[in-house]
Design a binder for this molecule. Structure first.
Ligand code: GLU
Length: 489
């Protein structure tokens, strides 16, 4: 029995987020990024971004770009940046070291051989593992062989060996080395001098070289930790602290995936979510701030963040809660800032022929209390930017006839034309038009206000007519009412 206690009792907190650029930056990764960032900032430490791109086939520069852009957009800026593909010499030095001290060896088994071995083990209900016969091959023989064929460098996994570590979220975790799949791979050897490190090896080297004090990462990496600890031990490197974050689950408690509508960060951006809302939302997923409060800015999160308060069990992704937070941040954003953020969404829908900031601002101020996502703006407010199209039947309120509607619209037209441009504001319009509306049959205000509102918006649902009149202005409002009357003729 052997317990590897953490050898890091350093004060300098250094954490890393280490994505592989093999896909778009997914919403689940934001939480790992965020928790690393918060932990670093809460402890006056450093947050490191490390791109793990040693897998040349699967790594793509456009994915790296997406990761960087997403993290920047979220405002989780890193203090140091590394790319594994630029550190190959370093890994090669450590590979030589681990080969020379006899803890690793070259394996030349073919994929077919390994597959056959695996299939047989499954058939006979054994734990799949590869304890490799090439362990015994002298390095000089292996080196000669590497001139003709490539090999895999494997770790000599000790049999029936206990490995334990303290996970800061889960407590003590034990592994028996027999469950690690045998002599696991460390690197590919393409020639006697060309090595390509694989995940577990490169991570150990970098976590050491970058002086990482705490490894905070997703729960899917728990089973890699004993392998990494074995490598550290053979290379005489200290073991950092580990904290494995719980999975994010879909409402049906399965692992959150695209199937549940979860998307990349940039897609959330396109959908009109604000980074503040996403951060607030993801911070509360799996973390309990010990209060009923739900709104936290990034700075408040930094102050409150505590690794010990992260739950062990999976956290459920609840889109309604995200929408609620998003609408909260929209409501509370300064109008100029919100307008600037929304303009691209209006542009995308081809609604802005001229960029009249003050006018757009008024529209946004009107819609702000109701918006859940910035992308809803086009659908909700297109009528402010183009003449609405609608069927004339929509102008009809309850049992009114076309001719009643025409009369009602003419009353609105006259009333509106009597109001001076300088008095053309919501309060005045409301006062004057309501007075007029009260005179309708059965005091039914809808007989005046419904046709008027439809004439202005073409929409069954919209904000009230007075606010809309004020924003459209007298001239445009009259034009729309006139055209509704024509429609009825
Ligand atoms: N590169 C790994 C991944 O994208 C993460 C490595 C780690 O955090 O140890 O899953």
């Amino acid at each position: 029995m052997s317990i590897f206690k953490s050898l890091f009792k350093r004060k300098d907190i250094r954490v890393r987020f280490a994505p592989s650029p093999t896909g778009l930056f997914h919403i689940g990764s934001v939480r790992s990024t965020l928790f690393n960032f918060l932990f670093a900032k809460a402890n006056g430490g450093k947050f490191i971004l490390r791109i793990e791109d040693t897998d040349q086939e699967r790594s793509k520069s456009e994915y790296e770009k997406d990761i960087l852009e997403s993290i920047k957009w979220l405002g989780l800026n890193w203090d140091e940046f590394y790319r594994q593909s630029e550190r190959m010499k370093l890994y090669a030095d450590y590979i030589k070291k681990i080969l020379l001290n006899g803890s690793a060896f070259y394996c030349f088994h073919s994929k077919e051989f390994l597959k056959k071995e695996y299939d047989e083990q499954i058939k006979t209900k054994k734990n799949p593992s590869h304890y490799c016969e090439f362990r015994k091959l002298p390095i000089s023989d292996a080196t000669r062989r590497l001139n003709k064929e490539s090999g895999i460098i494997r770790f000599k996994t000790p049999p029936d060996f206990e490995i334990s570590f303290i996970d800061l979220i889960r407590g003590k975790i034990n592994f028996n080395s027999d469950t690690l799949g045998g002599d696991f791979s460390l690197a590919k050897a393409e020639s006697p001098i060309k090595f390509i490190p694989l995940y577990n090896f490169a991570v150990v080297i970098d976590d050491y070289e970058m002086k990482i004090s705490h490894v905070i990462r997703g729960e899917e990496h728990i089973s890699n930790t004993p392998k990494q600890i074995l490598i550290q031990r053979e290379l005489n490197l200290p073991t950092p602290e580990y904290a494995h974050l719980p999975l994010i689950l879909a409402p049906d408690r399965s692992k959150l995936s695209k199937r549940h509508g979860a998307a990349s960060v940039m897609e959330y951006r396109k959908m009109g979510y604000l980074p503040e809302a996403l951060i607030n939302f993801l911070a509360l997923l799996g973390w309990n701030p010990d209060t009923d409060r739900e709104i936290f800015s990034l700075n408040e999160l930094i102050k409150k963040f505590d690794l010990n308060k992260i739950q062990k069990s999976g956290a459920i992704f609840n889109t309604e809660k995200l929408d609620w937070l998003n609408s909260y941040y929209i409501k509370n954003m300064a109008i100029d800032e919100l307008t600037k953020k929304i303009i691209p969404f209006l542009e995308k829908e081809g609604l802005l022929s001229e960029n009249n900031f003050e006018y757009i601002k008024k529209v946004i101020a009107l819609e702000k209390p109701r918006l859940k996502k910035l992308s809803e703006i086009g659908k909700r407010s297109a009528y402010f930017f183009k003449i609405p199209e609608y069927r004339s039947e929509l102008l009809i309120w309850r049992d009114m006839l076309f001719k009643d509607v025409a009369t009602s619209l003419k009353v609105s037209l006259e009333t509106i034309s009597l109001i001076n441009e300088t008095d053309f504001n919501r309060e005045n319009l409301e006062k004057i038009l309501l007075k007029e509306a009260e005179r309708a049959k059965n005091k039914d205000r809808g007989r005046l206000l419904w046709p008027l509102r439809i004439a202005l918006t073409g929409l069954e649902k919209s904000p009230g007519p007075f606010e809309i009149l004020e924003i459209l202005g007298k001239k445009e409002s009259l034009r729309r009412v006139e055209s509704a009357i024509k429609k009825l003729a």
